[in-house]
Design a protein around this ligand. Structure first.
Ligand SMILES: [Cu+2]
Length: 607
């Protein structure tokens, strides 16, 4: 045997031993530490890197399923929690719902505004919805969270802010799920009443609270038990307020440079929340009003850290999309004359980070007001719920828009929309939706009245549906990745590489270009806006096949908290457009060293 043959033999034996060891590790040992080095990641010499396979195509137009025939509380405000429960609440003002407090829970005394009598409210206006069993558990709110806002704090606590009347300056907190877990309320924690305001997470994990009815200001949400000390006058909200407002629930998005993009009515700017300065303003978006009660919707397009150009803070591209709404006079026309003007039928995109940004408008397949715009794990955007005529407000809309529209931001203009199968249930004012880790869409709510109505043209909705987007086509299951959670990393640290292991039934050669790792920040959704929602496509390396059908990919966590603020994310592996189930049960959390330290010393206000 020649020296070369000897070397080859030794290498072959070493390789076989290593493969066998890896196989045993996969079979026997659930673990958290990384079993493989990320060899080859970011290797530009790999010949497969240049091959770009197209996404798998499907004709599946989606499917609807009623998953709970009566959840009890109409889903006006929702957020998905890391406990795999959706926290749902509407308003105490109705003094009714379809869910009573269980035996032993005291009712809430209140003074009836008409009779001035002291009465008792024994109905739940909040609940916890289990997305695995579709069962609900009543929760208690005592001051009114009607048309409020909220967000998921970095430690997994839902912080809900504002509302109406006795709830307008309140904060509510809930994190854990247990038989006795319930909201903690802080009644007078904000400086100004915040009804129809927006709560936006900042790069440091804290929240800014912007606007609200007759609140032309913003303030910062204090730690639990403390009070906000100052409201900052924000003339922009005064300037963009029509006779019928049309600038409530402003659309806000956190930018990589840690400024906050704020869009109200038809205008937008960047606010520096540290210096309280307006950093820049943007062109007016013509065509109508976009915020409440005209109620269009807004999302960020996926932030592409896998873009070769996204190498620094300055070169990360951020693009916003705003869809639908109505004309400035649509609300007063609906309220006064019961004439429901057609909703807007355009979407407009603008690259916020461009030195000379312009709005680029395109036509939607149908008109929409009060719809939600949800980022999907595969990078597309789902427009769902809402109406074709009228505005937000009680009895102010007609013609539910039953057909979701799927928007592919990467296709050429004119080919981006796909109309999906319709629901049979109207989801108009006070309806909501949420992306689940399974990739399904949870759809609920719709209450167009000043109380719960069982019989009406648009009855108060407590039915919950699941919508299966096209990527859940069963014909794609052979290509669907499955994350091997036990052997994948779950704590993502800024600027640090991590490794994900997954399997694909079809097996075969899978290259870097076939796989996207995306992380999704679950939003707080109400009134057509999903606060704090974002999807980030991470920069990933080569894909290596560990053993047949099992792969590993090295990926890089975001470098800047302005790109992805600290907190919980659902992580997806997307194989040529086919997403895995999201990894989230085991708490994928993007953490700063400071956050880790706080958690260890339990010094946060939520411990
Ligand atoms: Cu409302």
């Amino acid at each position: 045997m020649s020296p070369l043959q000897k070397v080859l033999l030794i290498l072959t034996l070493l390789f076989l031993v290593s493969v066998d060891a890896k196989r045993k590790r996969y079979i026997k040992s659930p673990r958290v530490a990384v079993p493989f080095p990320i060899f080859g990641a970011f290797d530009q010499k790999n010949p497969f890197l240049g091959i770009k396979n197209t996404d798998f195509e499907t004709d599946f137009k989606g499917e609807w399923e009623v998953i709970n025939p009566d959840s009890g509380v109409s889903a006006m405000q929702i957020t998905l929690m890391p406990t795999n429960k959706i926290i749902v609440y509407d308003a105490t003002v109705y003094r009714t719902s379809r869910l009573r407090y269980p035996e032993g829970v005291p009712c809430v005394p209140y003074i009836d505004p008409n009779s001035k009598q002291q009465l008792e409210d024994c109905f739940a206006h909040a609940m916890e919805y289990d997305i695995e069993t579709n069962q609900v558990r009543p929760l208690k709110v005592t001051v009114d969270p009607w048309c409020s806002s909220g967000g998921l704090a970095p430690d997994g606590t839902l912080i809900s802010s504002g509302g109406w009347n006795d709830g307008s300056k309140s904060l509510r907190y809930i994190r854990d799920s247990c038989p006795d877990c319930d909201f903690r309320e802080s009644i007078d924690a904000l400086q100004e009443p915040r009804w129809y305001g927006t709560q936006q997470i900042l790069a440091n994990g804290e929240f800014i609270m912007i606007g609200g009815r007759r609140a032309f200001s913003y303030e910062f949400i204090p730690k639990e038990g403390q009070k906000s000390t100052k409201a900052y006058f924000f003339p922009f909200l005064y300037e963009t307020s029509d006779l019928d407002e049309n600038n409530l629930y402003p659309f806000t998005h956190l930018m990589p440079d840690e400024n906050v993009f704020v869009f109200a009515n038809n205008r937008s700017l960047l606010l520096n929340p540290n210096t309280n300065k307006i950093v820049r303003t943007f062109p007016v978006l013509t065509g109508g009003s976009r915020n409440y009660p005209a109620s269009g919707s807004s999302a960020l397009l996926p932030i592409r850290l896998d873009d070769d150009k996204a190498t620094s803070l300055e070169t990360i591209k951020v693009e916003v999309i705003i869809c639908g709404g109505n004309t400035p006079d649509a609300f007063i026309t609906a309220e006064g004359q019961k004439v429901y003007l057609p909703a807007l039928q355009d979407c407009a995109r603008m690259v916020i980070t461009d030195p000379k940004p312009v709005w680029d408008t395109e036509v939607m397949p149908s008109r929409r007001t009060m719809g939600d715009a949800l980022n999907l794990p595969d990078g597309q955007i789902l427009l769902i719920n809402g109406a074709k005529k009228g505005t937000a407000g009680w009895w102010d809309a007609e013609e539910p828009n039953l057909e979701p529209a799927l928007y592919n931001p990467d296709k050429p203009k004119g080919q981006r929309f796909k109309v999906l199968n319709p629901s049979g249930i109207a989801r108009m004012y006070h309806s909501t939706s949420a992306l689940l880790p399974s990739g399904k869409i949870w759809v609920a709510g719709s209450n167009t009245h000043n109380t719960y109505r069982d019989v009406d043209k648009f009855p108060t909705e407590t039915r919950v549906e699941a919508f299966y987007p096209p990527y859940l086509d069963p014909n794609l299951n052979n290509y669907r990745p499955q994350i091997l959670q036990d052997s994948s990393d779950k704590n993502l640290r800024y600027k640090a590489r991590f490794e994900i292991h997954f399997s694909v039934p079809s097996g075969g050669q899978i290259t870097k270009n076939d796989i996207k790792i995306t992380i999704y920040a679950p939003p707080f959704t109400t009134h057509g806006f999903s606060m704090n929602q974002r999807l980030v496509v991470l920069n990933s390396g080569n894909v290596a096949q560990a053993i047949k059908g099992i792969y590993k990919v090295g990926s890089m966590a975001p470098r800047f908290p302005g790109v992805a603020p600290p907190g919980y994310y659902i992580l997806f592996v997307v194989h040529r457009g086919v997403p895995s189930q999201g990894m989230w049960d085991k708490n994928v959390v993007l953490v700063t060293p400071l956050f880790i330290m706080e958690m260890l010393s339990c010094s946060t206000s939520y411990c």
